[in-house]
Design a protein around this ligand. Structure first.
Ligand code: GLA
Length: 429
């Protein structure tokens, strides 16, 4: 029965992928096919794992690739002991949604095992890159129609169509990631003539661009795919970065800060609330949340009081040596107790070396985390979604850290057993 169901799902998905269409919105229709559908392999991503401190840290590089090759250290396991009657999302159906971040290469992949792994375990997806500003903004159309687009930037959605179709065909929901972010947002978006090195526009012009960008994106999803997007990362990574201003707002290499100023994150919530339908919950998303709960709460106080924000997204790029039981889950509690909906948005738990001991430890950490979240949920904490940042250890931005639930051949690891609260895995650090 199950096999038949999977085969059917698989066929439907393949049909959908073949029907990829391109859609445009914003100030003018676009005929260009720019290269925004690709991942950003090799691009420096300024972000930190939770275990890294606030100081300047070594940046990790986005490494998601199209390949599904094996790594030297991963084994050719065929039978994993971590196989269960239910998948993850069914197991947690009374608790929260279970999501996965997928790059377009994975969505287009035809591997049956990979598809089954995704569809058996997840009921929510996040585009790893394809809904970020550098994917949605349409430079060619903006430049060709400068006057019309001056305060109303053109956007296009061809890069995320495979994800949208995949979600529709498989009854998955989408987390929209992310509207306002200092990274993966092109420099040209902030300039007078939409060129890379042009003069920066004024605060007023940039606020108008921000408003219209947010409006175009949210209205596009609401009009064409009502109820598909259930959460939106309105602003990503704005606070306490180690290179912030006196108040801890991200200042360096942040064109939003350079143009709009220190309240850019607040303005993003003003506009998002103005255009988001009520089923799209509005989130602030950040890394290292367990180290900066108080700072995040105080920065968001005004937006919260004014009803502009619904939830906090804790990215949760963790390490097997992190204190999940007290520190991490403590932060979850604190955000919820401050009245926020809480989502884990980019979970991965890395290790430095792929040893037996570390793999087991990773399994225990996942169990501590998932059992803790489930208990909190049962106590009434408003945790609504947990997203794993990638499907397998060969397709992760943290290459060499083996941070995910499945190995490079999509075999479930002890990490998966931990997430499934396998009774043979102790929930101890
Ligand atoms: C941050 C971003 C994600 C992604 C990761 C690296 O956490 O929020 O979108 O870019 O960095 O993959």
């Amino acid at each position: 029965m199950r096999r038949k169901k999977l085969l059917k799902k698989y066929l439907v998905v393949m049909l959908a992928v073949l029907q990829i269409s391109s859609v445009t919105a914003g100030c003018a229709a676009n005929s260009s096919k720019e290269n925004t559908a690709t991942t950003v392999a090799g691009q420096e991503i300024e972000t930190q794992t939770e275990s890294q401190t606030e100081s300047e840290t070594q940046k990790e590089t986005e490494t998601t690739t199209e390949k599904e090759t094996e790594t030297a250290t991963q084994q050719e396991t065929t039978e994993s002991p971590y196989q269960y009657e239910q998948g993850l999302y069914e197991f947690y159906q009374d608790d929260f949604m279970i999501g996965v971040a997928l790059p377009s290469a994975i969505i287009k992949n035809e591997g049956k095992k990979l598809r089954a792994t995704i569809l058996n375990n997840f009921n929510s997806i996040t585009c790893e890159n394809e809904m970020k500003p550098d994917a949605l903004l349409d430079k060619a159309t903006c430049q060709a129609n400068l006057e019309e687009c001056y305060t109303n930037p053109a956007v296009k959605f061809d890069s995320c169509m495979p994800a949208i179709n995949f979600a529709l065909d498989n009854n998955l929901k989408i987390r929209l990631h992310t509207l306002v972010w200092h990274s993966q947002t092109p420099d040209w978006f902030f300039t007078e003539d939409y060129t890379d090195n042009g003069e920066l526009v004024s605060r007023d012009v940039m606020l108008a661009r921000m408003e219209n960008y947010i409006k175009s994106v949210l209205e596009y999803f609401d009009t064409n795919y009502p109820e598909l997007v259930y959460a939106v990362d309105v602003c990503n990574e704005a606070f306490d970065t180690g290179d912030g201003d006196a108040d801890g707002v991200r200042m360096k290499k942040n064109k939003w800060y350079d143009t709009v100023g220190a309240d850019y994150y607040y303005q993003a919530f003003v506009f998002a609330r103005k255009y988001a339908p009520s089923y799209m919950k509005l989130f602030y998303n950040d890394y290292g949340c367990m180290y900066k709960v108080d700072s995040i709460l105080s920065h968001l106080e005004k937006a919260k009081e004014e009803g502009l924000i619904d939830g906090i997204g804790m990215q949760s790029h963790l390490d097997i040596n992190d204190d999940i039981k007290y520190k991490f889950l403590g932060a979850v509690k604190k955000f919820c107790e401050a009245g926020y909906e809480l989502q884990i948005t980019e979970l991965d738990i890395g290790m430095d070396e792929y040893t037996d001991a570390n793999i087991k430890r990773q399994g225990r950490k996942y169990k501590v985390l998932f059992s803790g979240l489930k208990e909190l949920r049962e106590e009434g904490y408003n945790i609504t979604s947990v997203t794993i940042w990638g499907i397998n250890d060969n397709n992760t931005w943290r290459a060499g850290k083996y941070p995910l639930l499945f190995d490079g051949k999509n075999n479930p690891k002890p990490a998966y057993g931990g997430a499934m609260l396998d009774e043979n895995i102790p929930a101890i650090d």
